[in-house]
Ligand binder design. Structure first.
Ligand SMILES: [Zn+2]
Length: 154
């Protein structure tokens, strides 16, 4: 399975990849090119960067200066990627798991409590997800990126 390491400036691309369930790490803030390449080779990740020199190295990909969704489209064309939307935390790249509403009641705002029944929690940072008011926008973009039969059910 293709895994990625995204260089600085590609934070939004990282988020979209994670939303699609793709294993995408984001470069730590204070890291130099050598360390970045080391992580990419040790963890077997394709390094996605806007740095032309860095992109010359093995297992690196030069991301054009396009918007995040366009870059994701290019990556989907270029690499073999399995899509599992809503399975990964957009904040920390760890898996999320379905949780029962009653188990997260304390941790969600009241308005959400009334309107939502399905919840997911990150196994690592414990961030809780639901399909809130932004979900329609997210789904619209996911529709652009992936085949209909792979889309999460509304
Ligand atoms: Zn997380």
């Amino acid at each position: 399975m293709t895994r990625f390491l995204l260089d600085r400036m590609l934070g939004q691309t990282t988020k979209w990849l994670r939303l699609l369930g793709v294993d995408a790490e984001y470069a730590p803030t204070d890291i130099d090119d050598d360390e970045l390449m080391k992580i990419s080779s040790e963890e077997g990740r394709i390094l996605v960067t806007r740095d032309k020199e860095l992109a010359q190295t093995e297992n690196a990909y030069l991301a054009p200066k396009k918007d995040a969704v366009e870059v994701v489209k290019l990556l989907l064309e270029e690499f073999e990627i399995e899509l599992n939307p809503m399975t990964r935390c957009t904040l920390c790249n760890s898996p999320v798991e379905r949780v029962l509403k009653e188990d997260v009641l304390e941790d969600i705002p009241e308005g959400v409590r009334e309107q939502q029944d399905e919840f997911w929690r990150c196994v690592s940072c414990e961030h809780i997800y639901w399909r809130g008011s932004h979900w329609d926008n997210i789904l619209e973009t996911l529709q652009e990126l992936m085949p209909e039969d792979k889309l999460p059910k509304a």
